[in-house]
Design a protein around this ligand. Structure first.
Ligand SMILES: NC(=O)c1ccc[n+]([C@@H]2O[C@H](COP(=O)([O-])OP(=O)(O)OC[C@H]3O[C@@H](n4cnc5c(N)ncnc54)[C@H](O)[C@@H]3O)[C@@H](O)[C@H]2O)c1
Length: 255
């Protein structure tokens, strides 16, 4: 893809699943990658895979929901590479058994999920965009959204769906706010994606079938299939796109 070679990218939630695949793909495209995750060993593992493939990067531990961890992480990126061009704000949690219907959902669980998925996206964007503006000046932000932010497709997931709808709104306003400065902001919307945790949850073939029954392609995505869209949105190949939602869902939201 055009325009990624030599760029510096930071990816949150890069220790697993979609974030890991995106970090590896951006490294493959020639970016230096800051692998950010709240699990140190997971971040280290992704960095090891990047290095093994001949790429370059650093691993940083930070909970995106905590400003006193996010701000220093982006400072470290600038110290290590002198600039930031691309932010992939992707970290998020999905607690299928703890999220719930609105009358049953406890405030601590709401706070925990919204804390990572919405406040965490805000904090990563706050410090990531500031890092881009103060160094590279122009760049690209890719935010991981969800069909649940658009449609009521996942029952009893009030906190998760609300956090994703919030992220979609945040991305639209960010796109408008930074368009004239040359910072593009787009959303990748993965459908049912077989990240390690999801793969475990649907290990029973009956559960897998239930999950894919409304997907025209009748399967889940591999994280690498989402990473391709992330790399495209980070690259100059999407130079006229901002505030766009790129849905990668095997047709789920088309029917
Ligand atoms: N898998 C799917 O079906 C699916 C569908 C739509 C959207 N998404 C979104 O994609 C993103 C990635 O999900 P995934 O499926 O790859 O999950 P995953 O669990 O495989 O990866 C998420 C990573 O984010 C990290 N993380 C979580 N909260 C964090 C925090 N507060 N601070 C720092 N790191 C944190 C985790 O440690 C993990 O490494 C999430 O935003 C999720 O909501 C996933």
């Amino acid at each position: 893809m055009r325009g990624l070679k030599g760029k510096v990218a930071a990816v949150t939630g890069a220790g697993s699943g979609i974030g890991q695949a995106a970090a590896k793909r951006l490294a493959e495209e020639g970016c230096k990658v800051a692998v950010i995750d709240w699990k140190t060993t997971a971040a280290d593992d992704t960095l090891a895979q990047i290095r093994q493939a001949g790429g370059e990067g650093i691993a940083l531990t930070a909970d995106v929901g905590k400003e006193d961890e996010v701000a220093p992480a982006f400072r470290r990126v600038i110290e290590a590479f002198g600039r930031l061009d691309v932010l992939v704000s992707n970290a998020g949690v999905f607690y299928a058994s703890r999220d719930g219907r609105v009358d049953e959902l406890s405030k601590p669980v709401w706070d925990e999920i919204v804390g990572s998925n919405l406040t965490g996206m805000y904090l990563a964007c706050k410090h990531g965009v500031a890092a881009i503006r103060s160094t590279a000046k122009t760049g690209a932000v890719v935010i991981t959204g969800s069909p649940t932010g658009m449609l009521g497709v996942t029952p009893a997931s009030i906190a998760y769906s609300s956090s994703k709808a919030g992220v979609h709104g945040m991305a639209r306003v960010m796109a408008a706010d930074y368009a004239l400065e040359g910072i593009r902001v787009n959303v990748v919307v993965p459908g049912f994606t077989l990240s390690p945790l999801v793969r475990e949850l649907v290990a029973d073939p009956k559960v897998y079938e239930w999950n894919v029954k409304n997907i025209p392609m009748r399967r889940g995505a591999e994280p690498e299939e989402i990473a391709g869209a992330v790399a495209f949105l980070a690259s100059d190949d999407s130079s006229f796109m901002t505030g766009s939602f790129v849905v990668v869902d095997g047709g789920l939201t088309a029917v």
